[in-house]
Design a protein around this ligand. Structure first.
Ligand SMILES: NC(=O)c1ccc[n+]([C@@H]2O[C@H](COP(=O)([O-])OP(=O)(O)OC[C@H]3O[C@@H](n4cnc5c(N)ncnc54)[C@H](O)[C@@H]3O)[C@@H](O)[C@H]2O)c1
Ligand SMILES: O=c1ccn([C@@H]2O[C@H](COP(=O)(O)OP(=O)(O)O[C@H]3O[C@H](CO)[C@@H](O)[C@H](O)[C@H]3O)[C@@H](O)[C@H]2O)c(=O)[nH]1
Length: 481
């Protein structure tokens, strides 16, 4: 029986291995982690992450051919194929701080593999890593190899949170990069054999190692660039009276462009886009490609601009101050259908409003009060380290923030309401009831274009929606970032 071990039981390791176990009953899959609480949660009824369909897949396989364990060394020792899916956060200090990927966790995993292994292993990069990481890992493994053959493969993951199980069951492509040697190609074939159990062969792409590593960074950069492009247009739409949704629709109808990923928003969030673009920028700079680095850096600059622009729009609309005013915040997760708040744009918006002394009442259907307070008290980039290694925070010290258990409670007595995550339930709210319960004039700021602003205006709201023609009240009010 082929044995797979995955180091890192997070948003990628957990769902990816659960689907491999589901689709390959003859393979034994062990997911290991240094975080005891994470592994305990994977073995309980309360999984550590929320993903539609995940619980069902885990329940079908757990205890049969899918195991979660903290005994990292035992499972690495026994495995034929080892996936490494550990954190690769942005470095916070030293060389490359604020840009380069921090490979501390990857390096420590590689050293452990080198120490523990007694038989030949295929080591698979599942984490997103800088180009040429495989070369560094090979050096670590070869240094301690004791005659053992290690083959490194790059097999980046393209799942998106909230749709992870569907993405894994039906991927656009699976990408496998390997050395162009007979042993390298044999390893590629072995991994291909796993995915071929459910992914059509034409969707399994094989490349050299560096192309696979770079394709992951490139894909995220292209996706994020589309969002910054449409967000840049949203600012121009507001200035000219065009409607960003109409513009996106018309642009996306061009078959060379396509309709996906053209929704204007308060900016992209999530654990990957910013981190991976910063890493790409750093790689370009290290290779002397200043102009290329500048090009990609601009995608992040526009994203920061969009978040700041939204905050300024809220403040300037409300008589240029939100000091002491209650603002209801609907949504804190970085997108719908996940409880993940890593690099959520809602955090920057909340911090911006708190900076102008607003009082916030936050509601999100999946994010806990503790998480919201932790996020508001955490330093930039600290969130991307393993939970038990994150520096201590003082969530209790976050002032002027309350967390509501439903959207109506959040809105009661508020001067303004900001929609920051596109949860479906926010489309269906009783906005008449919300209007009645708010201070007047009552403002709505829709950062996700999910409500019908014309309807809200009829109810009496002063309503703003990203990139849409402005409410007469807001025309002529400066909203500069
Ligand atoms: N989240 C996503 O949607 C997504 C998608 C594609 C790729 N990625 C990439 O996958 C990687 C992991 O992302 P994630 O979101 O799953 O992170 P995560 O923080 O959810 O999970 C990483 C896990 O690795 C564990 N870990 C760290 N060092 C370890 C070690 N030495 N031994 C054992 N366990 C260790 C941590 O405790 C943590 O549980 C990153 O490189 C990320 O960029 C993420
Ligand atoms: O038209 C759009 C699409 C997305 N977003 C925002 O962009 C962010 C990222 O969304 P999404 O890409 O759907 O989620 P992620 O889970 O971050 O997935 C991205 O990052 C992963 C980690 O690398 C990759 O594996 C995925 O392919 C890639 O889509 C979120 O804040 C979204 O709200 C927009 O503002 N407008």
């Amino acid at each position: 029986m082929v044995k797979i071990c995955c180091i890192g039981a997070g948003y990628v390791g957990g769902p990816t291995m659960a689907v491999i176990a589901l689709k390959c009953p003859s393979v034994e899959v062990a997911v290991v982690d240094i975080s005891v609480s994470r592994i305990n949660a994977w073995n309980s009824d309360q999984l550590p992450i929320y993903e539609p369909g995940l619980e069902d897949v885990v329940k079908q396989c757990r205890g049969k051919n899918l195991f979660f364990s903290t005994d990292v060394e035992k499972h690495v020792y026994e495995a034929d194929i080892i996936f490494v899916s550990v954190n690769t956060p942005t470095k916070t200090r030293g060389l490359g701080a604020g840009k380069a990927a921090d490979l501390t966790y990857w390096e420590s995993a590689a050293r452990m593999i080198a120490n523990v292994a007694k038989t030949d292993k295929i080591v698979v990069e599942k984490s997103t890593v800088p180009v040429k990481t495989a070369e560094a890992i090979e050096k670590i493994l070869a240094h301690n190899s004791k005659g053992i053959s290690f083959q490194i493969l790059s097999n980046p993951e393209f799942l998106a949170e909230g749709t992870a199980i569907q993405d894994l069951l039906n991927p656009d492509r699976v990408l496998i990069g390997g050395r162009e040697t007979p042993k390298g190609q044999k390893a590629v074939e072995a991994l291909k054999g796993v995915y071929a159990q459910w992914v059509p062969e034409e969707r399994i792409i094989t490349t050299n190692l560096w192309s696979a590593e770079l394709s992951k960074l490139a894909t995220n950069a292209f996706l994020a660039q589309r969002i910054s492009s449409v967000n840049a247009m949203s600012a121009l739409c507001e200035a000219t009276g065009a409607d960003v949704q109409e513009v996106s629709y018309a642009v996306g109808k061009d078959s060379r462009i396509g309709p996906k990923f053209l929704n204007a928003s308060i900016g992209f969030g999530g654990s990957c886009f910013q981190k991976d673009i910063l890493s790409l920028v750093y790689i370009c700079e290290c290779n002397g490609l200043k102009e290329v680095a500048c090009y990609w850096k601009q995608v992040i600059k526009v994203n920061d601009y969009q978040k700041a622009r939204f905050v300024n729009r809220v403040i300037s609309s409300m008589f240029n101050t939100v000091s002491g005013k209650k603002i209801a915040v609907l949504g804190f997760a970085f997108k719908k259908d996940t409880g993940d708040t890593r690099e959520t744009p809602a955090l920057d918006v909340c911090k911006g409003l708190l900076g102008d002394k607003a009082r916030l009442s936050i509601y999100d259907p999946l994010v806990t009060e503790d998480q919201i307070r932790r996020d508001l008290s955490m330093n930039k980039f600290d969130w991307d380290h393993p939970i038990h290694l994150q520096p201590p925070t003082s969530p209790a010290s976050i002032k002027h923030v309350s967390v509501a258990w439903d959207p109506y409670q959040a809105a009661k007595g508020a001067h303004g309401l900001c929609i920051l995550t596109e949860w479906d339930e926010f489309k269906e709210l009783d906005y008449e009831k919300i209007y009645e319960s708010m201070q007047k004039p009552a403002f709505v700021f829709d950062g996700r274009n999910i409500v019908d602003v014309a309807r809200l205006r009829k109810m009496g709201f002063i309503a703003y929606s990203i990139g849409k023609p402005l409410d007469p009240w807001l025309k002529g009010m400066p909203a500069l970032a």
